[in-house]
Design a protein around this ligand. Structure first.
Ligand SMILES: N=C(N)NCC[C@H]1O[C@@H](n2cnc3c(N)ncnc32)[C@H](O)[C@@H]1O
Length: 417
């Protein structure tokens, strides 16, 4: 990396502006405040640049910076939520078919309604981001709520109205087209149900809309479904993915293409792999819930930066290629002491359309039984592109055989900006 940095430092530095405060960790990362001017001397990776702030040189996260050209209008970030693209994608059937075809996901919501059908009688419900209205139709079909407000921002809402009528639920279900945080409901609700979870739990950050709607429309003592969510992490092997993206360059057609491996690491291993299928036998330790969210108390401001710790005792010797993440959500019962329903998207549960998310290390590490892998995972929400985040993993391994071999590392994985 040193060599690359020197090569690139010959070029004249570029001026950037900080879009948000950042407090660097470790000796090499700079801290800066929103509005600070930075001189970028080198861009050794997509996520980390070598820059100067007030005469001090160090690493800065690229996603926090915007090119500082005088004539650039702030309008360059005119749609930080990318709503046109986002709701456009939900205006077609592809994603709804994928979600409805996910039996584990959809059946869980059906079970939640079924098991709480008595308590749902005469209750007001809001289904936020109802899509085709499946959860609202479960409520009308399996219980007797007084009303279900089925809120959907995309053009799918027009079809949802037809589906409600087609299934004879128009007496109970009212479809409202629009962003939930901008709509006026005629009344507060007793239950706010939503299927908002994205890859790695939070991607898309639809959860912000759910919290805003909670604060505005859920009556005191009302219930959030899901009530709680957790992000789970495990160190793992990923032999097949590593072979496919990295080892491939060793002898393709008998030739040596290894000079491309640094590029492969940059292109394939800095961003997470969504829809990764983790086999239970790929896990190198017992998984750990690193971030736990209480949907009744979580605040939008908490979403900017969420941090969790982990301590894994390696149960297997082998190659540690990366971390895999998944999530679980829980639905508390409306009845006191009633059973909680859980949806687990991990490798030991029925597969879901989310599958799991793989974060590759920049180079694999061999580990032994008994090694202690500890560190932190931090989800940094993108200060500009509000549906995006960067996942930072800081970790070190205390080798059970000799501390001398312990290694400290950090990797940053933008999703996607
Ligand atoms: N990751 C997911 N579960 N995505 C489901 C998103 C569904 O909710 C809809 N949706 C997302 N955010 C909102 C919002 N703020 N208001 C209304 N509908 C929304 C979106 O159009 C899609 O039908």
């Amino acid at each position: 990396m040193e060599a690359e940095k020197e090569d690139e430092e010959d070029a004249s530095p570029e001026e950037f502006v900080a879009l948000s405060d950042f407090s660097g960790s470790g000796s090499e990362q700079l801290s800066f405040s929103s509005g600070d001017k930075l001189l970028v001397h080198a861009k050794p990776s997509a996520a980390w640049w070598w820059a100067e702030v007030r005469g001090v040189i160090g690493y800065v996260p690229a996603s926090y910076l915007r090119q500082d050209t005088a004539e650039e209008e702030d309008t360059s970030i005119e749609d930080p939520w990318q709503d046109e693209e986002y709701f456009g994608s939900y205006g077609t059937l592809k994603l709804h078919l994928e979600m409805l075809s996910d039996r584990s996901r959809t059946e869980t919501y059906r079970q939640v309604v079924l098991r709480n059908s008595a308590s749902l009688k005469n209750k007001a419900v809001m289904d936020l981001g109802c899509g085709t209205g499946i959860i609202s139709l479960f409520c009308a079909q399996l219980a007797q709520p007084s009303v279900v407000y089925a809120v959907e921002a995309s053009s799918m809402a027009e079809y949802t109205k037809q589906l409600v009528k087609q299934n004879g639920c128009e007496e109970v279900v009212t479809v409202l087209q629009g962003r939930a945080e901008e709509l006026e409901l005629p009344e507060q609700v007793d239950v706010l149900v939503s299927e908002w979870m994205g890859n790695c739990l939070l991607f898309e950050f639809m959860v912000e809309s759910v919290l805003l709607a909670r604060d505005r429309w859920l009556r005191d003592g009302g219930v959030m479904w899901p009530s709680a969510a957790a992000l789970t992490l495990v160190p793992c092997r990923a032999d097949r993915y590593y072979a496919e993206k990295m080892s491939f360059w060793e002898r393709p057609y008998g030739l040596d293409f290894t000079p491309l491996q640094p590029l492969a690491q940059q292109e394939f291993f800095t961003k997470p792999k969504f829809s990764h299928h983790l086999e239970p036998e790929d896990c190198l330790a017992v998984s750990c819930d690193v971030i736990c969210l209480d949907m009744h108390t979580l605040q939008v401001s908490d979403l900017e930066e969420m941090k969790g710790e982990f301590h894994f005792c390696m149960e297997k010797s082998g190659i540690f290629h990366g971390f895999t993440a998944w999530f679980t959500v829980q639905f508390e019962s409306l009845e006191m002491g009633g059973a909680t329903v859980k949806l687990n998207t991990g490798p030991d549960s029925e597969p879901t359309h989310w599958k799991q998310t793989l974060f590759m290390l920049d180079r694999p590490v061999s580990v032994n039984v008994g090694d202690i892998l500890s560190g932190t995972v931090t989800l940094h929400r993108n200060p500009v592109w509000r549906r995006h985040m960067t996942v930072a993993l800081h970790w070190n391994i205390n080798n059970s055989k000799s501390d001398a071999d312990s290694c400290q590392k950090e990797t940053w994985h933008p999703i996607w900006r």
